[in-house]
Design a protein around this ligand. Structure first.
Ligand code: SF4
Length: 157
């Protein structure tokens, strides 16, 4: 029988609580009095058009993986057009919209209000980075790169 060490048990607990921690940070962002209106145009989800890809921390990736699994999917959808893998082909909407990454909420889209000034959200970025470090993350990495590992962690936790 395989035995778990105390440190591996604590790490597992961190993995399991990470999605809720990240949701708290997203909620804190939504409570900021910063003008922003996303009407789900999904233009920013088409990386081939914008030339920009969201970079996400490990906690965000774990939340996105958890949200994807909640839709009944076990694998990341494959897109041949280099759009975000979370952009549904059939509904043309984000599969994990309520749990979408921080960058999707703060960057990219001019129609939604443009980039949020970094100084106004720096404390929240630091919270995401601190959580990333506690989860042995490697700092923000591109969403398509981060997701396979996050799905594998969520599957085995
Ligand atoms: S996670 Fe959702 S909102 Fe963000 S780029 Fe992908 S499809 Fe768009």
């Amino acid at each position: 029988m395989r035995r778990r060490t105390l440190s591996s048990i604590l790490y597992l607990e961190k993995i399991r609580s990470a999605p809720d921690e990240v949701r708290k940070i997203y909620t804190a962002l939504e409570e900021r009095p910063l003008e922003r209106t996303c009407i789900r145009r999904t233009q920013c989800c088409r990386f081939q058009l914008t030339g920009e890809i969201p970079y996400i921390t490990r906690g965000e990736a774990l939340l996105a993986a958890t949200a994807l699994r909640a839709t009944g999917r076990k694998q990341l959808p494959v897109r041949s057009d280099h759009a975000c893998p979370f952009l549904s082909d059939s509904t043309n909407s984000c599969l994990i919209y309520s749990d979408r990454p921080f960058a999707c909420r703060t960057h990219y889209c001019d129609a939604a209000g443009g980039r949020r000034p970094r100084k106004e959200i720096l404390d929240l970025i630091h919270r995401l980075e601190d959580l990333d470090a506690s989860l042995n993350g490697r700092g923000p990495i591109s969403l398509p790169t981060a997701m396979p590992e996050a799905l594998s962690i969520v599957r085995s936790s």
